[in-house]
Design a binder for this molecule. Structure first.
Ligand code: HEC
Length: 136
């Protein structure tokens, strides 16, 4: 009889050790969920980086400087004025394409009808990122 108890005890101990082991493995698997959320960040910062190249490749720098007012407002001041939201990205992208005046003074911004909406949105994202704010 004693032998059976010993075997049973050993068996349950082995079971306990194994179940602890498998519990630990499970936590590790769950941990793999975290990087998934970060995937959205590179795609966003990629759009911002593309926006920066687009702004540099276009005529924007004739009138805009990242931190100084030239003819147009400093793009950092634009970033500070507006919250980094999808709605403001769309609003500024439209302004880049259609031009406009009256927000920063009477000097108008020339329209850019050749810039696509997608590119204008990337530029707007770049401008809005300049004060360090993340899109929300
Ligand atoms: C001819 C000069 C000129 C050029 C070129 C120009 N801008 Fe502007 N931009 C302005 C002026 C002036 C304003 C202020 C307009 C106003 O007061 O509404 C402005 C405003 C803006 C604003 C803020 C709009 C708002 O409603 O607050 C953004 C964003 C902007 N420009 C981005 C760009 C980008 C990107 C380019 C290049 C594709 C560009 N600008 C090219 C003159 C220019």
């Amino acid at each position: 009889m004693k032998k059976i108890y010993t075997i049973a005890l050993a068996a349950s101990l082995t079971f306990l050790i194994f179940s602890c082991g498998s519990k630990k493995e499970k936590t590790n698997v769950e941990d793999y969920g975290t990087p998934k959320e970060e995937v959205a960040v590179p795609s966003n910062s990629e759009a911002i980086a593309q926006g920066e190249s687009l702004v540099k490749a276009n005529d924007c720098k004739t009138c805009h400087h990242p931190t100084n007012k030239i003819i147009g407002p400093a793009h950092t001041d634009v970033a500070k004025k507006y919250e980094f939201t999808e709605a403001n990205v769309k609003m500024l992208a439209e302004k880049i394409i259609k031009g406009g005046s009256g927000v920063w003074g009477q000097i108008p911004m020339t329209p850019h009808p050749d810039i696509t909406e997608a590119d204008a949105e990337k530029m707007a994202r770049y401008v809005l990122s300049l004060d360090g704010e993340k899109e929300h």
